[in-house]
Design a protein around this ligand. Sequence first.
Ligand SMILES: [Zn+2]
Length: 229
Amino acid sequence: MTATLPGHLDHLTDRVAALRQETAALHAHLPGNGLVVWTAGNVSQRLPGTDLFAIKGSGVPYDDLTADDMVVCDLDGRVVLGDRAPSSDTDAHAYVYRHRSDVGGQVHTHSTYATAWAARGEPIPCVLTMMADEFGGEIPVGPFALIGDDSIGRGIVATLQHSRSPAVLMQNHGVFTVGRTGRAAVKAAVMCEDVARTVHVARQLGSPLPIAADDVDRLFDRYQHAYGQ
Ligand SMILES: [Zn+2]
């Protein structure tokens, strides 16, 4: 628990304040899209070019969230700034930042439909063009892992290594997403729940049709490189 940055990080004070502000604001998208209840779920963001990231304090209700509730940690998950205990998922986020230098933001939720797929340990098959766009294939399932050490982080990194998806369904647990920014990770979490719901609904009256692998590749390449620019 510390109210100011340690001396050797003094020069980062303004950037860290902006990071905490932006990370707090991104949290509004989680209840706003129906992805979380009570205090569950969190967003984190790396301070670019540093070994620091901001993450939600543990057990803070979304309605009351401010920049001061964002805890700044190093990549070992140790608190360097903040009055609160960091989220209980901090070790998982820290592990992913340590092992994925391309990741600048992460989101964790227990959003209902996606977590229902996680409860069955079933990947969400790529049967929608928007899934090919955003996820580049199925949304994979990671191993069952208990909180409290590196095992969730290890499971996330290992599972995403074999996938283009920015989202992984950790078995019996919920959704973890990564992105170049916190905003990109939030988008992946919103899209993950949306497609989990649509594919679930599609399953009720029949078998969703797969999309051919080369069409998935074409959709993914177009969306990732051309769309929106
Ligand atoms: Zn969780």
